[in-house]
Design a protein around this ligand. Structure first.
Ligand code: NAD
Length: 294
């Protein structure tokens, strides 16, 4: 049984924390905003800041929205770093900048501790089911120590490489997801405008080479017009921003990622920032002046 610290109990963090407690571990937790009932009822010890969490735990997990939130959770006056003693392990499971991650790892390692970046894919459903995909960067030894905890939260768990490599893998994931949503959106929109039933088109394609989880799940949302999140457009905009910023730093052109980001920007401008990312199809529909199933 490990003593685990958990910081950030939102859509993803709360069910992940519950799965760790169900796995028999002692959990000390802090979040901004309301402390979720589900985590309290599971038996977590409620702490008033990150330092208090860290003093009581050996492995400290962060699951907050973006790079500045991780920096704040780790390095603010009452944050994680202020409570660290040598030998503890900090595990950031948020999706944030791969470049900033290397800096955070360096600062934590200087304190005699270890750092893993371990962002996830699989959404709220995967977080609840303990079936997330977890992409890890850091040292093998730290990974081996934390792996039993990852196994309570996820299924496909890979140590990709050094610090930041987990985050760059997640960025790669988000590029593929965005561009596939765009492809499915274009395909269903065209088929529908041509007079075919978009639902039937999706069904027909699901058996073939164009099949994907995104055709199945997001394609269905486009046909049924159910855009409640899921994964919010504003979070995907954050991830594509990480992709485009990193690409600029490395001198790599990502033309279709840039286009996908413009489509998300269009959705946000039309009030859709909090809709599911499958609603990217609405930007295509605005350009076509036609809605799937119209
Ligand atoms: P969320 O906004 O629901 O939850 C984040 C929580 O962190 C909130 O409760 C917030 O109050 C808290 N928080 C923010 N700053 C804090 C701080 N400094 N100290 C303590 N708590 C703080 O977000 P989420 O959907 O749970 O996403 C978390 C991360 O996981 C993001 O990086 C996101 O991109 C990634 N992610 C989300 C999904 C998804 O489907 N929602 C899927 C994969 C990855």
């Amino acid at each position: 049984m490990a003593k685990i610290g958990f910081i950030g109990l939102g859509i993803m963090g709360a069910p992940m924390a519950v799965n760790l407690i169900k796995g028999g571990h002692e959990l000390f937790a802090y979040t901004r905003g309301d402390f979720p009932k589900s985590v309290k009822e599971a038996g977590a010890t409620v702490c008033s800041n990150g330092t208090e969490v860290t003093r009581q735990a050996d492995i400290i997990i962060t699951m907050v929205p973006d790079t500045p939130h991780v920096e704040d959770a780790l390095f603010s006056e009452d944050g994680v770093a202020a409570g660290l003693t040598a030998g503890k392990i900090v595990v950031d499971m948020s999706s944030i900048s791969p470049v900033a991650t290397k800096g955070f790892a360096e600062r934590i390692v200087k304190l005699g501790c270890e750092y893993l970046d371990a962002p996830v894919s699989g959404g709220e459903v995967g977080a609840k089911a303990g079936s997330l995909t977890i992409m890890v960067g850091g040292k093998q030894e730290a990974f081996d120590k934390v792996k039993p905890l990852f196994e309570l939260m996820g299924k496909n768990i890979t140590l990709v490489g050094g610090y930041g490599d987990g985050q760059i893998t997640k960025v790669a994931n988000q590029i593929i997801v965005a561009l596939t949503i765009e492809a499915v959106g274009e395909a269903l929109l065209l088929a529908s405008k041509a007079g075919a039933d978009a639902g039937k088109v999706r069904e027909a394609l699901m058996g073939g080479f164009a099949n994907s989880r995104i055709l199945e799940v997001h394609g269905e949302r486009m046909v049924k017009r159910t855009f409640d999140p899921g994964f919010r457009i504003e979070l995907h905009q954050k991830d594509l921003n990480l992709a485009l910023t990193t690409a600029r730093q490395l001198g790599v052109a990502l033309p279709n990622t840039a286009t996908a980001q413009e489509l998300f920007n269009t959705c946000a401008a039309h009030g859709g920032a909090e809709q599911d990312h499958s609603a990217m199809v609405r930007a295509l529909e605005i350009m076509a002046n036609y809605e799937i199933g119209q």
